[in-house]
Design a protein around this ligand. Structure first.
Ligand code: BDR
Ligand code: CA
Length: 313
């Protein structure tokens, strides 16, 4: 089968970086048409820079990187330096990237790519706030039916929130954008905190990255080590949740995951629960299903896949 064509929309972030490595290490399965950066974990100048750093580290300097929206649709940007550090990719020092940033705006790249391709051939993979994707849908609604699938990291039901008591970070930062995307009618797969909090690093799993003896292995270990401290302190978790790599792992092997096809709605008015993903997990409403909401992962299988693929770089 021909590799699946994808656009990754991202705000690196150590877990975004590991997701990018997993995708870039898997050319037989994934044809990464481009990577679009969005403001999220840190402001846009850093997320686009970090994206280029990761592409360069992976050796995949052939993949074009675009900068997109620098602020949510209607709100001020909320960032997460408390999780990812000042640069978004804190850990060992990183050299400035040499690969160029494309001149085209990320939103125009998304619109053009979907418009110019046949229907149902390009999958969007958002790993951050949904601002770029929602802006593309607002600007060019004709592209919505052309999307093959949107496989995104965001939201929570049983785990509720990580940035507020009610909301997950990616959805909270731009709830209006999330609402536009999730109610767009495009086929959606959501990887919420309910599943990503089950994809935890451990000492053995991080040691396995280090054991590659490669710059990519060392960096992956250092990034996950850095990222781990936050969830250990906050949740008393055993390790770091590799949120965003779950999106790419789902594309590579969906049999690792289970979920329910249900209705998901985004709270955009209440100050208290802004950005909450109201997931009808128990199917207690008549609202029609609009997303496959993932709840579980074979975490050993997930880490075996991740380790096996990233070792190639
Ligand atoms: C999400 O927020 C970001 O901090 C991570 O990169 C991930 O995409 C988890 O809530
Ligand atoms: Ca992210």
């Amino acid at each position: 089968m021909a590799p699946r064509k994808i656009i990754i929309d991202t705000d690196p972030g150590q877990d975004d970086a590991v997701a990018l490595l997993l995708a870039l290490a898997s050319p037989e399965d994934l044809d990464v048409l481009g990577i679009t950066a969005v403001a999220g974990n840190v402001p846009l100048p850093l997320t686009q820079r970090n994206t280029r750093i990761v592409c360069e580290l992976s050796g995949r300097t052939d993949v074009p990187v675009f900068a997109g929206c620098d602020a949510p649709l209607v709100r001020a940007l909320v960032t997460a330096e408390h999780v990812h550090g000042k640069t978004g990719l804190d850990g060992p020092p990183l050299a400035a990237p040499t690969i160029p940033l494309q001149e085209q705006h990320a939103v125009d790249f998304i619109v053009e790519t979907l418009r110019n391709g046949p229907e149902g051939t390009v999958t969007l993979c958002p790993l951050g706030p949904l601002t770029n994707i929602a802006t593309a849908f607002q600007k060019a609604p004709d592209i919505i039916p052309k999307v093959a699938e949107i496989v995104l990291m965001g939201g929570a039901y049983f785990e509720v929130g990580n940035i507020t008591p009610a909301a997950e970070f990616n959805i909270y930062v731009d709830p209006e954008a999330a609402d536009i995307v999730i109610s767009s009618g495009a086929p959606i797969v959501m990887l919420p905190l309910d599943v990503t909090h089950k994809a935890l690093t451990s000492k053995a799993r991080v040691d396995a990255f280090r054991a590659f003896g490669t710059p990519v292995g060392d960096m992956t270990a250092a990034w996950t080590d850095f990222f781990e401290r936050f969830d250990k302190e906050k949740y008393g978790a055993a390790g770091a949740p590799l949120h965003d790599p779950c999106v790419i792992a789902y594309l590579l092997d969906p049999t690792l995951f289970t979920g329910r096809h249900i209705n998901v709605a985004v709270e955009i008015t209440s100050e208290l629960t802004l950005g909450m993903t109201v997931a009808d997990w128990w199917r207690v409403t008549d609202r029609p299903p609009n997303a496959l909401f993932i709840g579980d992962v074979d975490d050993a299988g997930f880490f075996a896949l991740l380790t096996d693929r990233v070792a190639r770089l």
